[in-house]
Design a protein around this ligand. Structure first.
Ligand code: NAI
Length: 457
């Protein structure tokens, strides 16, 4: 008899399993593949490894601007792919070792809810019934497509396939200009591929601050990426030479491969939810956000399958921790969703925390926004990366409710603004602290000074 059985070994599930150790809980973790989930195996980690390779390539390409001459760099795709696999394998092995060290029983097979326990179709044959006081469902998500775009893994692909491309594709259409679409457009264009993005809404990264998205759009355009916003695509035409995409008013383009990046859907079919009291809405599981418990007592859901919370690995970690804390202590320890950062690892990076001006307005909150560009920031000039901006959004005469950063290191810098949002700091309180000079983070200091009514530069 286990205290907790977890179905799914991605960030939500494995964080719950690891954290349970703090309370001495006996845990079974059921996983049909290797542990790590989308994030480690076919998401965050491999994608960022490719982005890093693309970044290194683009830095070497422009090294002569810094007086460092080298021969024209070339891409050895196979080496980059091997490095990606090594990074992934190293982290998966490390995680397996950590789970073992924390006495988590990892059971390899397909798990589903049955008779208040978990029935596992074991990967090496047979079934095993696991009895547990509590069950956490953490089955994650898979890429979606749209009608007419049947995923064949070769010419119409998702990020699952793109991360394992054995050769560089030369002409790529990316359908969906959200996080995945922009990250792939960024890395492929750094490597010199021809890229066309088709986004249904009126800007890339819909929902993010338009001012923060602009430096990315500019950088992509500079790399000759064709950005088609407010654009729907017609059905693809597959021929020997490639795929033709029809779009807009009679326009078309031929590419070698189409990458679908139109969102990810929850994996909640065939896991036995229909025999429980849990409420499922369009595949997403509804939970009490204070405890992550579903409408069925002692059945919890965390990660990408949870309704109305972000599909982010770090949100999954936090939800796993929240569920385990409630199971172990009976006390609710809710995730603070107000201050979860979102980082898009494009070049330049775009990051955001809390509310944008538009979201504040939609919530009836009166706000003031203050921004500061990177053009005058010494370290940004030194690095040759001045395309960026910081924006801080605060209530009129009140605390900071949101912020965004675009530019070099945005994904790291956003965390200082995370604390200002979480701790409801006033701009003047946050501006009282001194940033080291020269740093890119000084742009945050400058923005906070201006937001508190006294600008410096
Ligand atoms: P997304 O929701 O970020 O973007 C999908 C985009 O496709 C949207 O902009 C949407 O307007 C557009 N779209 C939908 N249907 C369309 C159509 N028929 N034609 C043209 N455009 C269409 O989803 P994405 O990029 O697939 O990512 C899935 C999830 O994974 C997201 O929740 C994302 O936050 C997460 N993720 C997070 C990353 C990070 O934190 N760096 C990296 C990659 C994914």
């Amino acid at each position: 008899m286990y205290d907790v059985a977890i179905i799914g070994g991605g960030p939500g599930g494995y964080a719950a399993a690891l954290y349970a150790h703090n309370f001495g809980l006996k845990v079974a973790l059921v996983e049909k593949e290797r542990v790590g989930g989308t994030c480690l195996i076919r998401g965050c980690i491999p994608a960022k490894t490719w982005l890093q390779a693309a970044h290194v390539f683009s830095v070497v390409k422009k090294s002569s601007e810094f007086g460092v001459n080298s021969s024209e760099p070339t891409v050895d795709w196979k080496v980059a792919l091997d490095r990606k696999n090594n990074v992934v394998n190293g982290l998966v092995n490390g995680l397996s070792g950590l789970l073992k060290a924390r006495d988590v029983d990892v059971i390899n097979g397909y798990g589903s809810l049955k008779n208040r326990g978990v029935e596992v179709a074991l990967s090496d044959g047979g079934t095993q019934h696991i009895e547990a006081d509590n069950i956490i469902l953490a089955t994650g998500s898979v890429p979606r497509s749209i009608p007419g775009y049947e995923i064949d893994g070769e010419r119409i692909v998702t990020s699952d396939h793109a991360l394992d491309w054995e050769e560089q594709p030369h002409r790529v259409a990316v359908v969906g200009g959200g996080v995945i679409g922009c990250e792939f457009a960024s890395l492929l264009s750094d490597f010199g591929s021809e890229v066309h993005i088709f986004e249904a809404l009126d800007q890339l990264l819909p929902g993010m601050d338009p001012e923060a998205v602009k430096p990315l759009e500019r950088a992509l355009r500079k790399k000759k990426v064709k950005i088609n916003t407010s654009t729907m695509v017609g059905p693809p035409e597959l021929a020997d030479g490639g795929v033709t995409i029809n779009y807009g008013d009679g326009k078309s383009v031929e590419v070698d491969v189409v990458l679908m990046a139109v969102g990810r859907g929850p994996v909640t079919d065939n896991v036995g939810l229909e025999d429980t009291a849990a409420v499922v809405d369009r595949g997403f599981v509804e939970v009490d956000l204070a405890t992550m418990q579903t409408a069925q007592e002692k059945l919890f859901a965390v990660g990408d399958i949870v309704a109305a919370t972000p599909q982010l690995a770090h949100a999954g970690f936090a939800e796993g921790i929240s569920a385990i804390t409630f199971i172990a202590t009976g006390e609710a320890a809710p995730v603070d969703y107000r201050a979860i950062p979102l980082v898009v690892y494009t070049h330049p990076e775009v990051a955001q925390v809390g509310m944008t001006e538009a979201q504040a307005a939609a919530n009836g909150i009166d706000v003031v926004a203050t921004s500061h560009g990177m053009r005058g920031v010494g370290r940004a000039i030194i690095q040759g990366e001045v395309g960026g901006t910081v924006k801080v959004v605060h209530e009129t005469d009140g605390p900071i409710v949101g912020a965004s950063v675009a530019g070099p290191g945005a994904g790291e810098m956003i965390h200082e603004l995370m604390y200002t949002v979480a701790w409801e700091a006033l701009p003047a309180e946050a501006a009282a602290y001194i940033h080291a000079h020269p740093t890119i983070s000084e742009a945050i200091g400058e923005t906070l000074l201006s937001a508190s009514g006294r600008s410096l530069h």
